[in-house]
Ligand binder design. Structure first.
Ligand SMILES: [Fe+2]
Length: 270
């Protein structure tokens, strides 16, 4: 069972979430560092999303201002939740264009690495991409599809989420770029994922490969899957994907490139 080291934050009656000075300072320092790192390493869609959202620099963003910006762009919004929520609730929110997000911010001692998703990961990592109409449609359709899927199918859909929404790369005219929120909220992985010679990079077009690839949540990824466009992601979500999932299940997983975690931890989507 997952036990959080943090206390979830929720809005008060006026819709405000309260952060103290040290929490605002942590946001400022995380935001300043990461904004500069992503400049040449994130895809154009993500960078344009940052411009659209206009995160404040000196304080943790408020839900109301973020929802206004996202709502204008694509009709999406943020739903404040505790760090880990049941799968049904998670997929229902996505299908309703509500991104489930934890609203606490990491403590200074967890500045460089935090195992559970905090507001910096959720907002900075994920929300810029949700300003893009095609990506926004993909995320909502993913929620709809997962909601109707069996438990087995959800296990594989969670893998697809991991290799796209969290750790996806895209080929662009400027070169390989990051779009996954797990990468783009991590300074070291933002550089490693597109520049290092260590990880393997495979095309996502052969999706059955990704479906058969186990992953770990607590290391720099040894394998990334690369797309050519965001419409490729949207088109992937069709009934044929369920056939491929069952085929992947029949064929079995590839051996992990590292010691696997417990099966229970494979099912975490963040
Ligand atoms: Fe995430």
């Amino acid at each position: 069972m997952f036990i959080s080291n943090y206390v979830a934050k929720f809005p008060d009656a006026q819709g405000a979430i309260h952060y103290d000075e040290s929490e605002n300072d942590v946001w400022h320092d995380l935001f300043q560092r990461q904004r500069s790192i992503v400049k040449d390493l994130a895809c154009k869609t993500f960078l344009e999303g940052l411009d659209i959202i206009q995160f404040p620099e000196n304080r943790v963003p408020q839900l109301t201002e973020i929802n206004a910006a996202l709502g204008r762009a694509t009709g999406w919004g943020v739903e404040p939740v505790a760090a880990i929520i049941p799968a049904d609730e998670f997929f229902t929110l996505l299908s309703q264009r509500k991104f489930p997000a934890a609203n606490f911010i990491r403590r200074r001692e967890d500045f460089d690495y935090i195992t559970e998703p905090d507001i910096f990961h959720e907002y900075f990592g994920h929300l810029p991409m949700l300003t893009d109409p095609t990506y926004a449609d993909f995320m909502a359709k993913y929620g709809e599809m997962a909601l109707q899927a069996s438990e087995l199918e959800r296990h594989y859909l969670a893998r697809l989420y991991w290799f796209t929404v969290e750790f996806g790369l895209i080929n662009t005219p400027e070169g390989l770029r990051n779009y996954g929120g797990g990468i783009l909220s991590s300074p070291s992985e933002t550089v490693y994922a597109v520049r290092s010679d260590i990880p393997e990079r495979r095309p996502l077009c052969d999706v059955i490969e990704a479906l058969r690839t186990p992953y770990r949540i607590d290391i720099l990824q040894p394998i990334y899957y690369v797309i050519e466009s965001f419409s490729e992601l949207y088109k992937l979500l069709n009934p044929e994907l369920l056939d491929l999932i069952h085929e992947a299940h029949q064929l079995g997983d590839y051996p992990p490139a590292y010691p696997p975690l417990d099966e229970a931890q494979h099912d975490i989507v963040c």
